[in-house]
Design a protein around this ligand. Sequence first.
Ligand code: OGA
Ligand code: MN
Length: 200
Amino acid sequence: MNFDTIIADLAEQGWSLQERFLPETLTRALAEECRQREQRGDLAPAGVGRAEQLAVRESIRGDRIQWLEPGQSAASDAYLALLDELRQALNQAFFLGLEEFECHFALYPPGAFYQTHLDRFRDDDSRTVTAVAYLNHDWQPAHGGAMRMHLADRPALDIPPLAGHLVVFLSADIPHEVLPTHSERLAVTGWFRRRAQRLV
Ligand code: OGA
Ligand code: MN
């Protein structure tokens, strides 16, 4: 795959929206897998914070998640392989030294949201680039659930979670939120990480 537009956008503005990033068959397979994981009871309320401080706070975020690990399914392996290609392209373009990609399925039930935040933790700067792929076919504006990016020097930008779209941005730079969704909202949310340097 050609990642040139993502790289040019990141260099210029710190974020990129790729429409039709995922092949349709892969989008459908991932959506199906996310729903199956929910039905099996594998998704759990997402926490806020890192490791020992992890706490579930539905007033901050209401999504239910499960991490993708290699070997879970053909679809999740295909997604991990595709994003690993992007990791290598980002390293070649920006010398970021991204060592890994971690990602989880995220299901927002109706009424859920995620308040404005940065994806980089105060005490761990390893998350460098965020990549979110959306899995929602037939999404309507009335469903809400947009990802709102708070950009410097311009009005906030709302990105609807449309099937096959990928949004990529610099984790430390762009505050963002998920507006309340009125319909079940599915995504694979992930981060390219470089080796952590302890800040505190
Ligand atoms: C996150 C997040 C955005 C989205 O999980 O950190 O900001 O659009 N997700 O799901
Ligand atoms: Mn985020």
